[in-house]
Write a new protein. Structure first.
Length: 158
């Protein structure tokens, strides 16, 4: 029961952290490339407009031009998590007003296609991050992607 409650509350938090981190970074020439990533920024804006398919299209553009960067796959995974949270009604105030649902007394049944796509993207993000961290343990994008990936994995509804 506690895991379901944590999952439903945590999924929104993970997506919000990604969006805020992409927008709140200081300006300057020493910024990592991700902070200048208009495709990632546009994708997260589309998620907030409840357009996960369009968001994934933006993330795909980033992934095509940065195939070695784990943030593209982590962003894609976030879109599936966001879509599942929306599908479950977690992004509405009604969810939090219904004690049975909020406290996990009503079972959550994840969509199997969304779940598979989420874990595939999440695994890609972790693999890419590990590869980059082997050569540079201080790689900001890899560390951020790994943090997001593991956090989202822990919050995904089971």
């Amino acid at each position: 029961m506690a895991a379901r409650q944590r999952s439903s509350c945590g999924c929104c938090f993970q997506v919000a952290v990604v969006a805020l981190a992409l927008q709140a970074a200081p300006t300057g020439s020493s910024q990592p490339e991700v902070l200048k990533a208009s495709e990632l920024d546009a994708g997260f804006h589309l998620l907030y407009e409840l357009k996960p398919e369009e968001a994934r299209a933006q993330f795909a553009v980033w992934q095509a031009s940065h195939p070695e960067d784990p943030l593209g796959s982590a962003s894609e995974a976030a879109s599936y998590l966001f879509e599942e949270c929306y599908r479950q009604g977690v992004l509405t105030s009604d969810y939090f007003l219904d004690n049975e649902r909020f406290l996990g007394k009503i079972a959550i049944t994840p969509d199997s296609h969304i779940r598979s796509a989420f874990f595939a993207a999440d695994l890609r993000a972790q693999e890419l991050a590990r590869f980059r961290l082997e050569t540079d343990p201080d790689d900001v994008n890899a560390l951020f992607a790994m943090t997001l990936s593991l956090g989202m994995q822990a919050d995904y509804p089971v």
